[in-house]
Design a binder for this molecule. Sequence first.
Ligand SMILES: Nc1ncnc2c1ncn2[C@@H]1O[C@H](COP(=O)(O)OP(=O)(O)O)[C@@H](O)[C@H]1O
Ligand SMILES: [Mg+2]
Length: 505
Amino acid sequence: MSSSKTCFQQLEDLVRAKYPIVYVLTFEEERVQTALQQIARNLSRQFRTWSYPKGFSPDQYAVPDISAGRRLPPELEALAHIHAYHEPAVYHLKDFHVYMNDARVIRLLREMAAKLKDDSQTIVITSPVLRLPTELEKCVTVMDFPLPGDAEIAAVVDAAIAGSKTHKDLVCDYSQSEREQLIGSCMGLTLDEIESVLALSLVQKKRLDVDVILTQKQQIIRKSGLLEYYPSTVSFQNVGGMEYLKEWLKTRTDSFSDRARHFGLPVPKGVLILGVQGCGKSLVAKAIASHWNLPMLRLDVGRIFGSLVGQSEENIRMAIKVAESVAPCILWADEFEKGFAGSQGSGVSDSGTTMRVFATFLTWMQEKTSPVFIIATSNDVSALPPELLRKGRFDEIFFVDLPDSGERAEIFAIHLRIRGRDPSQFDLKRLAEATPQFSGAEIEQIVVGGLYRAFEAQREISMDDMLAEAKAVVPLSKMMSEEIEQVRNWAKNRTRPASRNDDRS
Ligand SMILES: Nc1ncnc2c1ncn2[C@@H]1O[C@H](COP(=O)(O)OP(=O)(O)O)[C@@H](O)[C@H]1O
Ligand SMILES: [Mg+2]
């Protein structure tokens, strides 16, 4: 991610090069305003902000009277004033995007582009969302203003530490590594948010406390509605089978460290895990997060691509931004195919938006250099757009099949152990033989069902309880054998098997 220092530079370069209209995507208009003030000073230009309903400020700004007695809507009046003013200037129009679907505003902005250039003027629009009509795409330059980077956060943290020294009941001694942890934990927050969480921490704990910051950060991320922190306690020991996939993942432990970079390793991009429902795809995703000891953000795919049609593109940009700011982290898109329901031409199809959102995501995946590891899981291969499966998007595509008998025995053992039973007291081989074509989820249900039987009869669980359960259950794969066979054939040449899986019966 580019730091905000270079962002400031980028913005200054655009103004200096007389770009007429710049659209800055940001949640922090105050920060951009401060930057623009500085830039205007550096380039000896006037600086004005405009917002509705306040109008221009500073308001001593002598506005030429162009209305000739007529009252214009405020947004048109603002543009008319700029049109009539010829000194070199930087105009900061806040949230002007709400007017940018008005034909008159569009027309005026297009007409003004040349004039702005001639007069060394730049209009800078700030908005948290991108709403750019096609007509304006050519004369408006869009840039991202990322969240504060290391240096800016360090300044705020240091100021808070310095401030603590003047209060005798506040802790003000922090080791170098504590200070670094504090800075790291503020990543992903806006400057305002950082100031508030630091203040809150001082009030609650009388010190700057990483846990307070992280708790607040989780709430802020949850509020965005697209991503949530997913605390994972699942370990690889709880995942039966999939030895190839587990090995692949274990080899990549620490691959986000500086040590790995110095060693010459590329940053892993991500993995796509396809396969049969209930066989542990989501489970193994959760296990990666704990094994790698990285925070995991779960992406609500349905929400991103889903109903909020007009906002979908901003949603994905926002989610990417947040994920990058938390990096190194894992971004988990569970049941990824759900996002593409709209592109399958069903009823209220909105494939245009869906595909644009998807393209944004793909481009990011292709080009990203930030340490965000993507885990996408999917039950339905046919719903996924083929572009996703092309080389270079993911490091690897794994296929998770129904567990073979050895794996089923392992999964029985896991679920018995989780529920406080000693697996060595059971004939696991026989249980595996009694459950051909069962998924991991179904095996778990047999253990749970067996426990219910035993509990009702007020005795300890026995082999018979589980064997009786197994007889009573028809595995989903029996009903869907054709579909599963199709997916298997599809997967044969396109994916890597998650496990050896040599006897599937
Ligand atoms: N290979 C496995 N090892 C252990 N438990 C499993 C396995 N596969 C499935 N399960 C159990 O079934 C549950 C549901 O599996 P899940 O990971 O959601 O399947 P999927 O995402 O492939 O549809 C898991 O939470 C776990 O309890
Ligand atoms: Mg799942």
